[in-house]
Design a binder for this molecule. Structure first.
Ligand SMILES: Cc1ncc(COP(=O)(O)O)c(C=O)c1O
Length: 412
């Protein structure tokens, strides 16, 4: 990757035709070191957040040795880019072929499940192996998170004790896990989930070797400043102390967003200005899926190749390059009022679920990747305690904004 000091240096030094992903390797290193130094247990990177080889290599170099994978292609990526890494197959629903290949071809020994049928699949496809670690995923409240992951996975409380007991009978090591929802704004959500897990373990009447508190650790976006990361660690540490029947249990977490959100932005070119609508060369089918579909408030700034933009700003809507009416990002985004064709908008904080969700739809998949050395947006690892928003109000207002989603239109 070629390195520029800043994205503006790039824009001023050469022609930029396709979207450019700006990588910030120091942000990945910083986040990886922070979690290794501060989380009182094992840290697994949730590969789904961003499977780019440069990120896997940087995390590995920075000491991350344990990965949460959800498919054989993710297992292959980790095998290739993170030599010697340990992997946990934490997707609660796996194909029989992928269980078999993970166990026999790639040496994976850790598998998640949230129902008896999946337990049976794991047992059958590993030939009732005696060396598996089974992680029972529990359904927990996602009320403290901006992005709920409830409703698809997790054994409900009324069935959990029975499943924990059944898994215990076949596991060399047994764990429980949950996901409090992505971009969790309230550290207390981890505590509530852990105490609920404790209650279910007591009800099951068995010992548990691992408590995996999942992902959900937040990053800072406009209008969404969470409490400091230290508060999350403190809440988890306190709750772990309080959990019953866990004398020798290990603590794990699986951050995705928090490890990589800060490390990528995209430079996208304005192809046309039509009133308050800016037509760009990246969009909902590229790196801006969450901006379009989840109304995620990413930070923006303008880079102009020649001359300076005016000081006055205006509100704009963004449209991506495809012929699809859903390729629209209502924003609004505040940008210089004199924005013009050929200007470059940098959209920040796209490291998590930006690159990972991008497609080639309509032929618009080509991107370049460069490294840059600046970090213009606030980092979660440097936030001051008094900067946090009223997190309950933030969660409610984002949920409301999302319910006001415009009607979807058919593809053009
Ligand atoms: C099992 C599992 N672990 C971890 C994560 C990462 O979550 P986050 O990016 O919110 O940290 C996810 C996200 O979907 C997940 O499904």
């Amino acid at each position: 990757m070629h390195t520029y000091h800043t994205p503006l240096d790039l824009v001023r030094s050469r022609h930029v035709e396709n979207p450019v992903v700006c990588a910030r390797p120091d942000r990945v290193e910083h986040a990886s070191h922070w979690f290794q130094d501060n989380f009182p247990g094992e840290v697994l990177y949730a590969v789904k957040a961003n499977p780019s080889p440069w990120i896997l290599q940087t995390l590995h170099k920075a000491g991350t040795r344990f990965y949460d994978v959800a498919s054989i292609p993710e297992i292959k990526l980790v095998t290739e880019h993170c030599p010697g890494a340990r992997m946990a197959f934490l997707h609660p629903v796996k194909s029989r072929e992928s269980i078999r290949r993970a166990y026999y071809e790639f040496g994976v020994r850790i598998f998640a499940l949230d129902c008896e049928a999946e337990l049976q699949k794991i047992l059958e496809e590993t030939n009732y192996a005696k060396d598996v670690t089974l992680i029972v995923r529990l359904a927990v409240s996602n009320d403290g998170a901006i992005f709920s992951l409830a409703g698809k996975f997790g054994v409900p409380a009324y069935e959990a004790a029975e499943l924990i007991r059944k898994a215990r009978a076949h596991a060399e090591e047994l764990g429980v896990s949950f996901h409090v929802g992505s971009q969790c704004m309230q550290p207390s959500a981890y505590r509530s989930a852990m105490l609920e897990a404790s209650r279910l373990i007591v009800q099951a009447g068995v010992t548990v070797d691992i408590v995996d508190v999942g992902g959900g650790f937040p990053s800072i976006y406009p209008g969404m400043t969470p409490p400091p990361m230290d508060d999350y660690i403190a809440a988890i540490e306190d709750a772990f102390e309080e959990m019953m029947v866990l004398e020798n249990a290990d603590l794990w977490c699986e951050p995705g967003r928090a490890l990589v959100a800060e490390c990528e932005s995209v430079l996208t070119r304005v192809e046309l200005v039509k009133g308050d609508a800016l037509y760009l060369n990246d969009g909902a089918y590229g790196r801006l899926f969450d901006a379009a579909h989840a109304k995620w408030p990413f930070p923006v700034r303008l880079h102009r190749a020649k001359g300076e933009p005016g000081a006055q700003t205006a509100s704009f809507r963004l449209f991506g390059p495809t012929c699809d009416s859903m390729d629209a990002i209502p924003g609004p985004f505040e940008l210089p009022a004199d924005i013009a064709e050929g200007d470059i908008i940098e959209i920040g904080m796209l490291g998590a679920y930006g690159t990972a969700l991008a497609t080639d739809f309509n032929g618009f998949g080509t991107v370049e990747r460069v490294a840059v050395e600046d970090m213009p947006w606030p980092s979660m690892f440097e936030v001051q305690p008094d900067q946090a928003d009223d997190t309950e109000a933030t969660v409610i207002s984002f949920a409301r904004a999302r319910r006001r989603r415009p009607r979807l239109r058919r593809r053009a």
